[in-house]
Design a protein around this ligand. Structure first.
Ligand code: SF4
Length: 174
């Protein structure tokens, strides 16, 4: 009798765990895939940041998923509700992660994901997007090397808070 009860209890626990996993997958908005990298100590140790010496680019996506076909997909989580279209700065951030994964792992991600609180956006990483991204980096490097860098064009604290250039920016609002 006791072994019956233990079996049923184990089955019930397994069922609850499966339901929790399904719920998490649904609420996370992520595609199925194996998590191979998480930029958080709770999930697994973080390897070194991704680096590309040619572009002098460093970055760490929040997560990297390996899809069933072996492709790698970077995921960037945002704490805000989704805009109608993802902000261009967020798109470029995910493109940078795609580029860094390609350089570091030798395989090109088909897309990157931006996950807002309530919605996810797929950002294709095709030749056109890659070229646009590389052009932007080239423009940034030109501006960085120029003595007349442009002035800040906004008064939004949130933009500075989430900006990857904040540490080296002399016009940051925070
Ligand atoms: S930190 Fe500097 S570069 Fe970044 S958003 Fe603010 S003003 Fe712009």
């Amino acid at each position: 009798m006791k072994s019956w009860f233990a079996s049923i209890l184990l089955l019930a626990i397994a069922l609850v765990l499966i339901l929790i996993a399904i719920w998490f997958k649904k609420t996370s908005g992520l595609p199925s895939g194996r998590l191979i990298y998480a930029d958080t100590d709770q999930l697994q140790a973080v390897p070194g940041p991704l680096f590309d010496p040619n572009l002098r680019l460093v970055g760490k996506p929040d997560y990297v998923l390996r899809l069933a076909n072996g492709a790698l997909v970077p995921v960037d989580f945002k704490s805000t509700l989704a805009p109608v279209e993802p902000y261009r700065s967020h798109v470029f951030q995910v493109l940078a992660y795609c580029y860094l994964l390609e350089q570091n792992y030798g395989q090109k991600p088909p897309y990157g994901l931006i996950r807002y609180q309530d919605k996810s956006f797929e950002v294709p990483y095709d030749e056109l997007e890659k070229e646009t991204f590389l052009r932007l980096i080239s423009q940034l490097r030109t501006v960085e090397a120029s003595p007349d860098a442009p002035n800040r064009s906004h008064k939004a604290l949130a933009r500075c808070r989430g900006c990857g250039y904040r540490d080296s920016c002399d016009q940051s609002l925070i």
